[in-house]
Design a protein around this ligand. Sequence first.
Ligand code: ADP
Ligand code: MG
Length: 267
Amino acid sequence: MGYFAQFQIFVLYKMIDIKHLDFSYGNCDVLHDVSAQVRAGDFLAIIGPNGSGKSTLIKCIAGILNVKSGAILIDGKPSCNYPINQLAQTVAYIPQTEKGDLQSLVFDTVLAGRKPYIRWKPSEDDYSKVADVLHQLGIEHLSMRYVNELSGGQQQTVMIARALAQQTKILLLDEPTANLDLRHQLEIMNLLKILSFNGLTIVMSLHDINLAIRYASHVLMLKDGGVLAYESVDNVTRTHIENLYNIKVEMITNGVTLYCVPLGVDA
Ligand code: ADP
Ligand code: MG
């Protein structure tokens, strides 16, 4: 098979297939009929107002919450059919507030990402994988530092390192740039973009529409637990954003990137 044909199969492969998903917490319905297909190497941003169900959807994909009806296929198989370790070898999840064990060394924190592979003690392979990931992310110099001594951006990079040590095909992140300054936001988004170019399938929730437009390949707009739109990033329009947040916005471009400028709330 030629390179191009292989590449096409890689690009077209549905890594995550969400089919008519409903989810409720007890009697409180949160997600209604959510469908979306995420292809291998896609970089998907889930955007939407507070309480629209972004974190809930990510937890459903991560297998932390059980779907009420509908299905989520992960790498071709229903998520509920995965043994725990096999799911952990396929999907890594970084919750919004996750900072790891702040009392741990960075090296040990990243080594914890190897847990799905370790039987009773880490192997040489596990240690060398951790070293590879620290090198890949340029944080070897932090390996003997305690996580609580690091900046917010460094802590988030350590969480991504731990997820990469897990060697999964899918990385889920809930608001990975929350509480980061502008420079660290860009560093984290650049890092994620490179990882997605290298074939990792990334799904993240984001509040910053401009970061989503600039970095993601696709945008899923969630409103009141339903899908308002699911678009390639080039097809996101002013109307989408206005309808999503009930605000007035202006879209401007510097010739390279499109920017969304909020103008005011809808009457
Ligand atoms: P988002 O991440 O878009 O802000 P969430 O997925 O956190 O939204 O929340 C969606 C809805 O589900 C909200 O109405 C929220 O109050 C509710 N919710 C979230 N977590 C729980 C929970 N553990 N128990 C009950 N309701 C919850
Ligand atoms: Mg949330």
